[in-house]
Design a protein around this ligand. Structure first.
Ligand code: ADP
Ligand code: ZN
Ligand code: ZN
Length: 726
């Protein structure tokens, strides 16, 4: 028997595949998992190619341990997808594949058990035999149960008799039973009559079924975007297709999943996110890959789910930063979704009330087709947004008279309010007024935040925790204070002011687990809270029918931040959080406390004029040469000493300057804004170009050159293509 060579992608930080010998590999094994020796260990990889020869001398090649044929191979379009990501994001192919696979498939685990959809029915022969069987026999009880219920699953039959599983093969053989796999019932439950704009949007996308077209669905909060997605899913299922729906954080959006499964009770819905158990995640992945899932709903990682019948992609809240992975391969699931739609020749819908400026610019340029839902589906009107000028008013515990009065009104009327403060903890810092000491994190360029509830100081960047000291560690002064205000302190203040009110704080600390979070949402819905105190966690996609007032504290800092994306984020956050109010029959009001009531950002917000805001921002970005008018990539290095990181970047910069063309600019290395994180100093260097292909070509060469640079073991580097963080 001739042996062949397989090229295998392994989860190691090296750019190419590894060659192994195999006795029985054939072309069908491309995309299969294999187990191979690597160093002293065994690793699971994926076959990229089956080759006749290798550049490595034959005698040096090790044999494959096993080709794992227990599951079908990953299909060619999936391999092309991970290959694209590996090249575009300059990330090793083996690590890219490892990231795209559910953890259980990266190991040699037994494959997860797939849901059993077999249905058993009694045959004519079975009906004839039934009266002749001993009444209490297992066979008679099973057949009788099937006469009554028509069809039963294996599990249901086991409740009739524990011995059912053992008897079934025999009964099937005798022809008394028949087993069928029931086709899913893809019928949708009825939805509301669509508004004209919704119908136009649905028809527009549906006309693109079977070919690639990107759509930007720009709909104000509550305009019925989700309803549009549901109708499109219905249409795509009707054509025999699969739908892939990406949402920002599934843990935060149980309502979305419930809406999909309520609308399509018979469809096979797989949801994928990182907090699922390994077995369930692998099972969902394989079901989708085998074509046995109709709808895949998930967070960014689900963009890598293989789907043979893929007919539609949806990215809900496409502006959300969680679609961008911030470690390992720094991919944007939204951008990968668009690439995938193109690869597969299907439409993709990006939906948002506040699209990313990248997507908005693409729509303005005609590269994406814009679909607009300019009015709310149920509420009378958008909330009334007003600025409260706090230069003229003395604040009481951070709140203006105006806001306090508005809160009191809501309490009288039994309506809900939300006070939005995007800072969790009790206070951002603990300080000593006598010597000037402040609670700094020893590992980070950041303060330790005061969490009074459990008497801890906590770093929100590295997770470090310590007890709150009783005296100043520097001078011994016992009179040290929390400075500033976080959600815990606000909660305390409001409780003191409105002792009769039920106050509910909603931030990452108060909603740590899924079940607690569900409990919180439930309480809000049932009207068990009068005043919500919350961070941006509350801003995302929830419907709170009783909420009529949103107060915004301390938003101004973002107006003048060094990060050019800060205004975009602020606008979107405030529009989203404001959009929580007045979603049902009651009108909503949003009060923004600010020192800059005439700032164009707040004016656009008050006018609900996203387009004006976006146009102004895009013009400013164009002038300054920021994305989307340019394309960027960031080389980052981190090391125990800043000098090490900078020296590495300097060397990288020198090789970069030798490689770059005039179309690509390379800037000097600078420390990052959070320049120290978990005891590592961090610096970065920006590469930029007006041409994406030029930047891509440069990056490929540059990264290869950087791999050849000598660097200390303690130094880590990575490339972030289309970075969001600075
Ligand atoms: P979005 O996703 O844009 O925030 P949703 O799809 O959640 O909006 O719709 C907001 C509310 O309006 C939901 O309660 C939804 O059931 C309702 N809704 C959506 N479309 C319609 C319609 N055509 N007629 C009546 N109600 C609708
Ligand atoms: Zn002191
Ligand atoms: Zn820290």
């Amino acid at each position: 028997m001739t042996s062949s060579i397989v090229r295998v992608a392994l989860d190691v930080p090296l750019p190419s595949g590894f060659d192994y010998l195999s006795q029985d590999a054939n072309a069908d094994d491309v995309g299969r998992r294999v187990s191979v020796p690597f160093g002293r260990k065994e690793k699971i990889g994926v076959v990229l190619e089956v080759l006749a020869s290798s550049d490595v001398p034959l005698e040096k090649l090790k044999p494959v341990r096993a080709i794992l044929r227990d599951a079908p191979p990953f299909p060619p379009d999936w391999l092309a997808l991970v290959d694209f990501c590996s090249r575009y994001y300059q990330h090793p192919i083996g690590e890219t594949i490892a990231l795209a696979l559910p953890p259980a498939l990266r190991r040699r685990d037994a494959l997860p058990r797939m849901p059993d959809r077999t249905a058993f029915r009694i045959t004519e022969e079975g009906r004839r035999m039934l009266p002749q069987l001993a009444q209490r026999s297992i066979a008679a009880r099973l057949l009788a149960a099937l006469v009554l219920s028509g069809s039963m699953s294996r599990r249901e039959l086991r409740t009739v008799s524990a011995a059912a599983a053992r008897r079934l093969p025999d009964l099937l053989e005798k022809g008394w039973l028949a087993a069928t796999i029931d086709a899913p019932d893809l019928k949708a439950m009825a939805g509301p009559d669509l508004l004209d704009e919704q119908r136009l949007a649905v028809d527009g996308v549906a006309q693109a079924f079977g070919r690639f077209e990107p759509f930007l669905l720009h709909g104000v909060t509550g305009s019925g975007k989700t309803e549009v997605y549901l109708r499109l899913i219905d249409r795509v299922l009707g054509r025999g297709g699969q739908a892939l729906v990406l949402v920002p954080e599934i843990a935060l959006t149980p309502q979305f999943e419930a809406r999909v499964s309520n609308r399509f009770p018979g469809a096979r819905l797989v949801s994928l996110h990182s907090s699922l158990a390994d077995g369930a995640r692998a099972a969902g992945f394989l079901q989708a890959m085998n074509g046995e899932a109709d709808i895949v709903l998930g967070t960014r990682l689900s963009v890598f789910t293989p789907m043979p019948r893929l007919g539609l992609l949806v990215v809900d809240e496409e502006h959300d930063a969680s679609f961008k992975q911030q470690e390992g391969m720094r991919y944007s699931a939204r951008d990968v979704a668009v690439w995938r739609a193109k690869q597969r020749g299907v439409p993709v819908v990006l939906g948002s009330a506040t699209p990313s400026l990248e997507s908005w610019a693409a729509a303005q340029a005609g590269r994406y087709r814009l679909l607009a839902l300019p009015r709310r589906a149920v509420a009378e009107a958008l909330p009334d947004v007003r600025c409260v000028d706090i230069r003229r008013e003395k604040l009481q515990d951070g709140m203006s008279e105006h806001l306090l009065r508005a809160l009191a009104h809501r309490l009288e009327r039994g309506e809900q309010s939300l006070v939005f403060l995007n800072r969790r903890g009790y206070a951002p810092v603990l300080a000593c007024p006598s010597c000037g000491w402040v609670s700094r994190c020893p590992g980070c360029a950041a303060n330790l935040v005061v969490h009074l509830a459990d008497r801890r100081l906590r770093c929100h960047h590295c997770g470090r925790e310590e007890r709150i000291p009783t005296a100043c560690p520097a001078c011994g002064n016992q009179d040290i204070h929390p400075f500033g205000r976080g959600t815990q302190r606000l909660e305390e203040t409001l409780a003191a002011r409105y002792p009769q009110a039920r106050i509910l704080r909603v931030d990452r600390d108060s909603a740590k687990s899924q079940s607690r979070w569900h409990g919180v949402l439930d309480a809000i819905h049932k009207g068990e809270a009068d005043i919500l105190v919350g961070t941006q966690m509350l801003a995302k996609g929830h419907d709170f029918p009783l909420l009529t007032l949103v107060g915004v504290l301390n938003a101004d800092a973002a107006l003048f931040a060094a990060d050019f994306r800060a205004p975009e984020r602020l606008f979107s956050q405030l529009m989203q959080v404001g959009g929580r109010s007045g979603r049902a029959a009651l009108p909503g009001e949003v009060l923004i406390q600010t020192q800059y009531p005439d700032h164009p950002l707040y004016r656009a917000l008050a006018a609900h004029d996203y387009a004006a805001f976006a146009a102004a921002q895009l013009a400013e970005r164009e002038r300054a040469g920021f994305p989307p008018s340019t394309h960027q990539a960031m080389l980052r290095a981190e090391a125990p000493e800043l000098a090490q990181a900078l020296a590495f970047l300097k060397a990288a910069g020198e090789s970069g300057h030798a490689l770059r063309t005039g179309e690509v600019s390379l800037y000097d290395a600078v420390p990052m804004r959070l320049h120290r994180l978990a005891h590592l100093e961090r610096a970065q260097m920006l590469a930029e170009s007006r041409s994406r292909p030029a930047l891509q070509a440069f990056l490929a060469q540059w990264v290869a050159a950087i791999r050849g640079l000598k660097a200390s073991k303690a130094l880590r580097w990575h490339v972030d293509v289309d970075p969001l963080e600075f």
